[in-house]
Design a protein around this ligand. Structure first.
Ligand code: PMP
Length: 330
């Protein structure tokens, strides 16, 4: 019989697929690591597992413990499924702008979701930062992973994503191109690839226009999961050889092409990363092997990127009545 003991054993070892259509005119081989094959549907399952394991080893969480994290997205799903398998409780704190669909995903895994007002500053006692800090203090046995400062976040990529890419490409990878959110993916994977290749692999960060990593002051941009308005401890500021800034419009256009032309229904940060990889690829040689990473699936974005009316409302698609579109509204 062939089976896994439980879903946690399904994390990692995701496949590489060639972007044969989008990169057809580009000299090097362009490959994508498809992270929606993880059991929680995103790359964040990797960090969730390692952060919980590290906390157990350090005695920060144990039987009957509760995980408290301000998140509504992929990290929440990863933590929820690990917590459930290990018998921990999970409380996620999120702002009220987060869609009911996203909250219901977390509840479906058995997590509790606390909703806080969006329109208050972070230091307000009702903000989702303040509420999550208070819950950690008040609940006995509570632990907050804090993906923005937890060293197990980049380490999980140093230990899994990096070695997987090196093995899958038989050491032929020349460029690693990835979006930067907490910076865990690019810092951990990048450091492993630099070390194992003697500095030969070029590390390229991709960032939404307006975010700090590419020299902006913060928001606003619409692509989710990447870009920041502060410098998280999980991002190694020395790791990138180059940073490419991509607009929302270019990110979403590429995201839609991935679904239509490659059969890859993925999220907006994936379109952003691929757009960055294609730009890098135009100046690369036919011997190069460019690998980019696709963090999550497109299922969570059906009422945004894959909805024509939403795209039109921001000027990312021409209006259906044929009137001319003005400048892209951000
Ligand atoms: N894309 C999505 C959809 C994400 O949720 C994240 C994580 N915030 C990223 C990209 C960026 O990954 P990292 O935090 O490792 O930089």
């Amino acid at each position: 019989m062939e089976y896994y003991e439980n879903v946690v054993d399904l994390i990692g070892h995701t496949p590489l697929v060639r972007l044969g259509t989008l990169a057809a005119d580009i000299p090097p081989l362009v490959l994508a690591k498809v992270e929606y094959f993880n059991p929680g549907g995103s790359v964040k399952d990797r960090i969730a597992r390692r952060m919980v394991e590290a906390a157990e080893e350090a005695g920060q969480i144990g039987p009957g413990g509760t995980i408290v994290e301000p998140t509504s997205g992929n990290t929440g799903v990863g933590l929820a499924l690990i917590a459930q398998r290990r018998g921990y409780k999970c409380i996620f704190v999120c702002p009220d702008k987060v869609s009911e669909d996203k909250r219901n995903v977390l509840k479906a895994y058995g997590a509790e979701v606390v909703v806080c007002p969006t329109a208050v500053p972070p230091e307000d006692p009702d903000s989702y930062y303040s509420v999550s800090d208070r819950l950690v203090k008040e609940i006995p046995g509570a632990w907050k992973p804090d993906q923005y400062s937890n060293p197990a976040n980049p380490r999980s990529h140093y230990e899994t994503t990096g070695p997987e890419l090196w093995e899958q490409t038989e050491g032929r990878i020349t460029h690693f191109v990835a979006g930067i959110g907490t910076g865990g993916t690019i810092s951990g994977t990048g450091r492993y690839l630099k070390e194992v290749s003697g500095g030969r692999v070029r590390i390229v960060g991709v960032d939404p226009e307006g975010s700090v990593y590419s020299g902006g002051s913060g928001r606003p941009y619409l692509v989710e999961g990447v870009g920041e308005d502060f410098w998280p401890a999980t991002y190694d500021r020395e790791i990138c050889d180059e940073i490419v800034a991509v607009s929302d419009q270019a990110s979403f256009a590429c995201t839609r092409r991935l679904a239509r032309e490659e059969g890859l229904l993925v999220g907006g940060s994936c379109g952003m990363a691929v757009e960055g990889a294609l730009r890098v690829g135009r100046n690369a040689s036919p011997d190069d092997v460019i690998v980019t990473l696709l963090p999550d699936s497109g299922r969570g974005y059906m009422s945004k990127i894959f909805d024509d009316n939403w795209m039109m409302s921001y000027g990312f698609l021409p209006p259906a009545d044929g009137t001319t579109v003005g400048d892209v509204i951000r």
